[in-house]
Design a binder for this molecule. Structure first.
Ligand code: MRU
Length: 342
C-alpha cells in the first residue's frame, strides 16, 4: 500500500504529491511549521490525509515546545495548522481531537503529555485506514459489476492515510470479484485525477482511462458510465457536499443522464453544525495554478483569474453518501444525524 504519511523519529514523513507521478519522493517535516507548509502547498492533500497531518503537526509541535507556558504554545501550534486550508473539515476535526486530549492531560508531566499526543496522532492515522476499509465494504455493493465508474479528483490512498474513500470503494468492489474499470477526470487545475488517481489505479492493476474534465458529459450521456463516485471535503447537515471544483458539474450531468452519483467519506467529514452547503467556506487558491501548467504560462500576462478549489453539490444530485457506519440516503438531515450519533 502507498505510504501517504507516517510518523518517524525524524519527523512527519509524507510522499510529496506535488511531484507525482514523475518522482516518488518522500519529504520529512521536522517541525509543525513545515507540516503546515506541506498542507498549504499540497505536498499532502485530500481531506482525511490533511486531518492526519494536522494531528501529527500538533504532536510534533508539542514534542518540540518548551515546558514553560505550554498552553500558549499549544494554542499557537493549533492556530497555525488551522490557517492552512479552510474547506476540508477534517483539518479542524484532527486539531479538535488533539485539543480534547491535551485538555484532559495537561496536568501531567511534560514528557507524558508529549508521548500521549504522539500516540494519539499515530492512532488517528491507523484508524483512518480502518475507516476507509469499512467505507469500502459498505460501498462495494453499490458498484455495478462489469461497468465503468467515473471519478473526479483523487479520493484514493494518497488522499487518506491509506486505501482511500471513493477509490477505496472501487478497490473493495474489485476485491469482491467485480469487474470494474475507471474513468478518471483529469481535474483542472491541479490535475489530481491525471497525476494521482491514474497513478494509484495503475499500481493496483485496476484499468483506468484518463479523460479531460469537459469529456465527462459526453461519456455520461453515452451510456458507458455505470455510476459516479467521488470523495468530499465537507458535508453539511442537509447532505450538500463540498468537493473538488468540477464535482458539481459532474453531479448535474449524472442526474441528467440517470447515472447514480455516490459520495464516499468518513463521518469526520460531516459538519452537522452547518445547515446547508452555502455556509461551507470555499478556498480560493493562487492564480498561477490556472494561468500555468507545470511552470509554463498558458494565459496572457495580466489575465483576471478565479481559482476556487472546491464547489458545493446540492443534496438533490447525491444518490447516496457512503460512510464507515453505513450508507445514508435522502432525507439526509435525518440519515446523516443518525449515522453521526451511531
Ligand atoms: O485540493 P485537494 O486535492 O485537497 O482536494 C481533494 C478533494 O477534493 C478530494 O476529493 C476530497 O478531499 C476527498 S479525499 C478522500
Amino acid at each position: 500500500m502507498i505510504e501517504t504519511i507516517q510518523w518517524s523519529h525524524e519527523g512527519v514523513v509524507m510522499i510529496d504529491q506535488t511531484r507525482l507521478p514523475g518522482e516518488e519522493r518522500y519529504v520529512v517535516c521536522r517541525n509543525y511549521l513545515e507540516v503546515a507548509e506541506a498542507i498549504r502547498t499540497m505536498v499532502i492533500r485530500g481531506a482525511p490525509a490533511i486531518g492526519v497531518a494536522a494531528a501529527m503537526g500538533v504532536a510534533i509541535g508539542v514534542a518540540q515546545a518548551d515546558s514553560a507556558n505550554l498552553d500558549a504554545q499549544f494554542e499557537e501550534i493549533c492556530a497555525e495548522l488551522a490557517s492552512t486550508r479552510p474547506t476540508a473539515v477534517n483539518l479542524f476535526w484532527g486539531i479538535e481531537r488533539m485539543k480534547r486530549l491535551y485538555c484532559s492531560i495537561r496536568h501531567l508531566p511534560g514528557e507524558e503529555i508529549r508521548e500521549r499526543l504522539i500516540a494519539e496522532a499515530r492512532l488517528v492515522r491507523e484508524e483512518d485506514i480502518e475507516i476507509n476499509r469499512a467505507i469500502g465494504r459498505h460501498g462495494a455493493r453499490l458498484i455495478p459489476d462489469g461497468r465503468t465508474v467515473l471519478t473526479h479528483c483523487n479520493a484514493g490512498a494518497l488522499a487518506t492515510a491509506g486505501y482511500g474513500t471513493a477509490l477505496g470503494v472501487i478497490r473493495a468492489a474489485v476485491e469482491a470479484g467485480k469487474h470494474v474499470d475507471v474513468f478518471a477526470d483529469e481535474t483542472r487545475p491541479f490535475l489530481q485525477g491525471a497525476r494521482l488517481t491514474v497513478w494509484e489505479l495503475q499500481r493496483d492493476g485496476i484499468p483506468a482511462t484518463l479523460i479531460t474534465d469537459n469529456m465527462a458529459g459526453h461519456f455520461l450521456h453515452s451510456g458507458r458510465i455505470g455510476c459516479v463516485i467521488v470523495g468530499a471535503d465537507r458535508i453539511a447537515a442537509n447532505g450538500d457536499v463540498a468537493n473538488k471544483i468540477g464535482t458539481y458539474g459532474v453531479a448535474v450531468l449524472a442526474k441528467e443522464n440517470d447515472v447514480p452519483f455516490y459520495v464516499a467519506a468518513p463521518v469526520s467529514t460531516l459538519d452537522l453544525s452547518l445547515p446547508d452547503g452555502t455556509h461551507i467556506p470555499i478556498e480560493e487558491r493562487a492564480a498561477v495554478e490556472v494561468t500555468h501548467v507545470h511552470g509554463v504560462r498558458m494565459a496572457p500576462e495580466g489575465a483576471a483569474v478565479r481559482n476556487p478549489a472546491f464547489d458545493v453539490t446540492p443534496n438533490r444530485y447525491v444518490t447516496a453518501i457512503v460512510t464507515e457506519r453505513g450508507v445514508a440516503r435522502a432525507p439526509y438531515t435525518e440519515s446523516l444525524r443518525e449515522l453521526a450519533s451511531a
